[in-house]
Write a protein that binds this ligand. Structure first.
Ligand SMILES: Nc1nc2c(ncn2[C@@H]2O[C@H](COP(=O)(O)OP(=O)(O)O)[C@@H](O)[C@H]2O)c(=O)[nH]1
Ligand SMILES: [Mg+2]
Length: 241
């Protein structure tokens, strides 16, 4: 039986970028499409609603919180998270769904690091963000991965089986959500696949993922995951549905 698919748009003040790419998002690739918004004040919510989309608010800010809101809101079997700021290629959405279903994966990530992929910093001499990402990814693979090497444990564009994601119990609010999800999938021995993606520049607006606080958040969670061994984090984080 074909899996029921949900496409989730994640937004926080994206009125500059969103209208430039909305018509390129393949809404028909999913059975259900909705948005989770982190409290935009620039008309993003009104724009999404004018396109007929249901928009869920969040009890707290942060991408991790948005991931949980989406997971709790849907009865779909698979969720694809898409961030409409210009970085992610909307044409990847049907490819990711297809790879997950055909390959029997629990998680499929659009990789900016695999053969044939493109990272936003590839034209720069100093690729600070890319190198830090590669280092965190390397550590996750060394500590926990029992399957094929995962080249990008951090990118947001990804599809995941809802039941597998619930098992991971990733109740964090911030930008560390994707990394934590990838680590917990590895810990649980779940199957992770990748497709190569092309990361483009933002189409407007600005990033709220500031390097230092985000890096510290990653380190803190990496240390907690190491301390937890094969378990899935501190008990206070685990909320099994
Ligand atoms: N729902 C939701 N989306 C968010 C939140 N913070 C950021 N986003 C979205 O997540 C995506 C990535 O955020 P961004 O700040 O560009 O980080 P970067 O792409 O890693 O530089 C964008 O589509 C943002 O609009 C939030 O608190 N809630
Ligand atoms: Mg972005």
């Amino acid at each position: 039986m074909r899996l029921k698919r949900a496409l989730v748009l994640l937004t926080y003040n994206e009125i500059e970028a969103l209208p430039k790419l909305f018509d390129r998002i393949p809404l028909s690739a999913a059975d259900e499409v909705f948005a989770v918004d982190g409290g935009s004040k620039d008309g993003t919510v009104a724009y999404l609603e004018s396109k007929g989309l249901r928009v869920f608010g969040q009890p707290r800010r942060g991408r991790g919180c948005a991931f949980s809101v989406a997971l709790d809101a849907t009865g779909a079997d698979v969720l694809c998270y898409y961030s409409p700021d210009g970085n992610e290629d909307p044409d990847d959405i049907p490819k990711i769904f297809a790879k997950l279903e055909e390959g029997g994966y629990d998680l499929v990530v659009a990789s900016r690091m695999s053969r044939g992929a493109h990272n936003e910093e590839d034209e720069k001499l100093i690729k600070a963000r890319k190198w830090v990402n590669l280092a965190f990814t390397f550590l996750a693979n060394v500590f926990w991965n029992r399957g094929p090497y995962v080249t990008d444990t951090i990118n947001g564009l990804r599809a995941v089986r809802a039941d597998s994601l619930r098992r991971c119990a990733c109740r964090v609010d911030g930008f560390v959500i994707e990394y934590l999800m990838s680590i917990r999938m590895m810990k649980l021995g779940l199957r992770i696949g990748e497709i190569a993606t092309y990361e483009s520049p933002r189409l407007g607006g600005g990033s709220t993922a500031h390097s230092w606080p985000t890096g510290v958040e990653f380190l803190r969670h990496l240390a907690a995951e190491v301390a937890a061994g094969r378990g899935c984090g501190a008990p206070k984080e685990i909320m099994v549905k």
